[in-house]
Design a protein around this ligand. Sequence first.
Ligand code: GDP
Length: 324
Amino acid sequence: MSRRPGVPELVERARGGEQLAVARLISLVEDGADAALREVAAALGPHTGHAHVVGVTGPPGVGKSTTASAVVRLLRAQGRKVGVLAVDPSSPFSGGALLGDRVRMGEHAADDGVFIRSMATRGHLGGLAWATPQALRVLDAAGCDVVLVETVGVGQSEVEVVALADTTVVLLAPGMGDGVQAAKAGILEIADVFAVNKADRDGAAQTVRDLRQMLAFGERGAEDAWRPPVVRTVAARAEGVDELVAALDAHRDWLDRGGERARRRRARAEAEIEAIALEQHRNRIGDLRGAVGLTQLAERVLAGEIDPYGAADELTARLGGRAL
Ligand code: GDP
């Protein structure tokens, strides 16, 4: 029987670029066991901060997987190491037939400079917020120069992933009423780069014009402000992908020049600490509900003896006397 390697050994092997070690570490953080999360985070900490994290988002069918694959191909040709993390916040399954696998099963399967993983959050409260930053750290420590984070679906998940990315690409396609949709979803504000994919189809020029018009409308004055470029791509034929990658690199350089990257990373670290602390408090209240008299407090609220705010204050005071 082979021995199960511990976290420090897995981290060493992941840093050496070993695919299996990277996969195991990501599975560990995805499982979400508190002790494992702590151990992985502690071991990875000193080895992160290098990767350029690029969020890729847009409506289903717009070409995210196809684009990700074409971008990976180009980055590999340039000699860069790449990670792809496909996140499905709604699916209870993981490691299976998700988006990332469509990329994984293709041309990059045998390339040891490409790390591809799908993750689902299994309905954990704040699951995406927990596991995704850790998985990004694993890929970062494994030496990825660029990590693409791809989301399935719409809405909240996009916003969460954006909060994790240094640079966010929003994909649109002609003829889907995307311009209007995008504006509605607040996508215009989150995009650092736009790609109008399926530019081989009718209406691409119109979509580009619409977007540029909307962007010009919202433009603010500052001389050194970033103005999101609109790139036309035909991902299925790898057209426009070099322009797209150049736009991603330009945005990274802009982030570095003005100190914006450091600011974004600090804000992310703050949000992460806050999320972890909130989760710990929630768990603690759950664990100690008997000891701190949560049920009695509830009875008193129902009896009108105390209001819920007063009860919460009392709960906090009682928790305060107990170590984590
Ligand atoms: P996702 O759901 O956003 O990941 O979209 P996919 O990458 O799976 O692409 C959805 C469909 O659009 C697939 O059938 C692709 O082959 C097709 N597709 C992707 N890019 C292009 C493109 O540039 N032009 C055209 N005509 N089809 C494309």
